[in-house]
Design a protein around this ligand. Structure first.
Ligand code: DGY
Length: 425
């Protein structure tokens, strides 16, 4: 059974391979997406290490001069996706979006480096990527935390990857959609509209893109000018973990300055995350940087911090919170609390389970020794695959496959989970 699943996972990745980058899935997402690509490289590394490094190199070849790494690289024209380069208008030779995405590269490159069978190749490729990833981390701290709070802000729901999370309902409702240009969505031609964000949410997404475009995608002004600015604990935890891992890598590669600065970013982030902790809910909450208020939303964004090296009391509380969520669904980890009124088990990030997030959360909990809950998350993940294939996401109660099919990063995470199952304890 395990061998058959492994083979299918490889086939999914190969089918979505476009030579030097992978698409998340055919049809719905026909370009290179930032964190999809980096996490997919972890899957490639199990059967083709050179190809895994190329995946990340291709992404970083499109890094902006200021250090930002865009969330989409539009390698080839394709009118099956909206919004395309004509909406972003970022003026790049190979068009890109002007937004970014969760910075998982520091984490993934360390992992690929540590596990590499071809040590020379790994050292060469990691050494070349190191300053680029560091420049991206510096960009976050410079452009997304201009007040030096230790936490960076996201300026668009798409930057978190959790597009329609309940977390954004309040902050997005304050974004005026006046002047939004008429558009035709393509996503609902490829996937069930009941699994996707609503039209009202899309109007907010597109209006924000127009605003940033009108500001010339100038990252020195976007943070303060944006009507949508949120400190998201999940996004920050991913950045913190990547800084920590990049620091580790920089030590190994003899780059003490990068090592020191990365460790300092991570330490400041861990301290600042405390301001997002909610004792009442036993998890972290987003903070709307426009109003200064906490966002009362029980989403997975408040659990992803388990990926970072939190104090043990926080780790235990998150493990407990996830175990409690497990009492109201058959498959962990739902992207929103099933007991909350806004929960919707099939609508994208308002309830469904995503394997990539399961993997990140479980990775952090494993490091902290919470093996019991890690075992449950991993076995729930594999049960979803056995029942419902390599979907984009799944209903946490019924296991119904939702969104797109044959997803690259779902397949990559399966290869990771199977390899971890086989690794000696
Ligand atoms: C989409 O188009 O669904 C994306 O999440 C934007 O990156």
């Amino acid at each position: 059974m395990r061998d058959a699943i492994r083979q299918q996972a490889e086939q999914v990745i190969r089918r979505n391979d476009r030579g030097s980058y992978t698409v998340p899935t055919h049809g719905l997402y026909p370009f290179q997406w930032n964190w999809d690509s980096v996490l997919s490289a972890l899957g490639f590394a199990h059967f083709d290490e050179p190809r895994a490094w190329t995946e990340i190199d291709t992404l970083f070849a499109h890094q902006w001069e200021d250090g930002m790494v865009p969330h989409i690289i539009f390698h080839e024209p394709n009118d099956g996706y909206f919004p395309g380069p004509d909406v972003y208008r970022t003026g790049r030779a190979v068009p890109t979006s002007g937004l970014t995405q969760p910075p998982v590269a520091g984490f993934a490159v360390r992992r690929m480096f540590e596990r590499a069978r071809d040590r020379d190749l790994a050292e060469r490729r990691a050494r070349a990527l190191l300053p680029r990833i560091h420049a991206w981390h510096e960009w976050f701290h410079r452009c997304r935390d201009p007040q030096g709070t230790g936490l960076v802000a996201i300026l668009h729901p798409w930057e978190t990857g959790r597009d329609n999370s309940v977390d954004w309902d309040g902050p997005l409702s304050r974004v005026s959609t006046e002047g939004v240009e008429p558009f035709t969505r393509r996503d609902i031609q490829h996937a069930n509209p009941a699994h996707r964000p609503t039209q009202a949410q899309y109007e907010g997404y597109i209006r924000l893109v127009q605003t940033f475009r009108e500001l010339g995608w100038d990252n020195t002004i976007l943070h303060d000018a944006s009507p949508f600015r949120v400190a998201d604990p999940g996004f920050n935890a991913i950045l913190i973990r990547s800084c920590e891992d990049l620091g580790w890598l920089a030590d190994r590669l003899g780059e003490p300055q990068i090592a020191e600065q990365s460790r300092s970013f991570a330490a400041r982030g861990i301290a600042a995350l405390e301001t997002l902790w909610s004792e009442a809910h036993g998890q972290y909450l987003c903070r709307d940087r426009v109003t200064g208020e906490a966002v009362e939303s029980l989403s997975i964004g408040g659990l992803i911090p388990a990926f970072a090296a939190l104090p043990e009391a926080r780790m235990s509380a998150l493990a407990h919170r996830i175990a409690t969520l497990g009492q109201s669904c058959d498959h962990l980890v739902p992207s929103h609390d099933p007991a909350a009124p806004e929960y919707d088990g099939r609508r994208y990030w308002r309830g469904p389970v995503w394997l990539i997030v399961n993997y990140l959360i479980a990775d952090g909990l494993r490091r902290a020794g919470h093996d019991g809950i890690v075992g449950r998350i991993m076995s729930d993940s594999l049960r979803l695959i056995e029942k419902s294939g390599f979907a984009e996401y799944y209903d946490p109660v019924t296991a119904e496959p939702c969104g797109g099919v044959d997803f690259t990063w779902t397949a990559a995470m399966v290869l990771e989970i199977l390899a971890q199952e086989e690794a000696p304890a």
